[in-house]
Design a protein around this ligand. Sequence first.
Ligand code: IMP
Length: 424
Amino acid sequence: MSTIVVVGAQWGDEGKGKVVDCLSARADMVVRFNGGANAGHTIVVAREEYVLHLVPSGAVREDAACVIGNGCVVDAGLLLEEYDDLKRRGIDLTDRLFVSGFAHLVLPHHKAADGALEDSSSAPIGTTRRGIGPAYCDKYARYGVRVEDLLDDRDLRAKLEAAYAYRARWTGSGDYPPIDEVYGQLAEEGKRLAPFIVDTSLLINGYIADGKNVLFEGAQGSLLDVDFGTYPFVTSSNPVAPFAAIGSGVGLDRLDYALGVVKAYLTRVGEGPFPTELTDSTGEYLRERGYEYGRSTGRPRRCGWLDLVPLRLAARVNGLHGAVVSKLDVLDELEEIPVCTAYRLRGKIFGEMPLPVALIAEAEPVYETLPGWKTDTSGITSWDDLPKKAQAYLRFIEEGCGVPVVAISVGQRRDQIIWLEEVF
Ligand code: IMP
């Protein structure tokens, strides 16, 4: 038996979907444990591209069970759309999709509130507008509607009314879709989803007890974590590895290995501080070469140099055992590659994130510039064949954050990954 938790070590979009897909070849089960349809995990199989928002990336492997854990928030309509779309493309999840009854629903009024809050804020977060924040707010306020409520029509109606009444107490009645309409739609969706709704904690623990391989798939990235990220410019869940235990209902001793995905440079979508951001033609170059556009919203991603300061935080709070460096090939043509090793801030040097964390907005990055390798790495299949300068870049990352590099991804395809160690 083995389990692995795959998480993003930066601001999301590190290429987790591909890594999860590759590792899924050995997984009996893939479990999403945080977030919702704000995620956009891209997997390329031959000429087909799949972009998954809610369904775990293990879906495109025929045998893996796909679990949406209790730590997620579920947009029932979107989940069914994704299910139907996969079915049209020859991937049938009928007997292998499982949704936790304890997960909370993202309701139409959450999406409306998400958009309205962004539009009226003087400092918008740049959310995906998928209702994620308001859904988690209701969860923690104890006025959420859970997936299990779809199993009982009367209960569903009562919970929905309580959720609307709660929100009205805070924000007025708002411009929300009428409750009758929402109830009717949810009741329909509930009928279709009912066969998939189970106690997923029981199921996952059963798999582990039977000696099967379970992969926990994080969404977003560690720097978007609501506790450890660049608050308030974060998401509303905990995308870090230890949350895999809470977000899926397994004990801590069931998590064997934490694998962080680290993009060879850095991107961010939405607002918030980004000390190494490049707003010039080099940033534009990275965006075009790396095709850095959000998969959930189509927004262009902000691009910049790799930053070891928040990466050290990610290594620590995730307890990373190993790192996959992704998109190394995007840097192939560069003459030289700066990496931020520390911040200069108010006359001091910081190797770790300062307090208050918002100060990083005024941090001046201290760069160490490494030579580029000026070689096409996209077809390379072994460490020894990588250019020496690319090897040095990878070793530099490893030493800079204290986590061994266990794999390097050099392109979108499944075969474009070099494993240095077997981790799962
Ligand atoms: P929310 O998760 O939609 O509330 O958005 C909060 C912040 O997280 C915004 O900056 C989003 O752009 C960012 N975000 C949410 N999901 C992802 C993701 O999957 N990749 C990258 N950024 C994300």
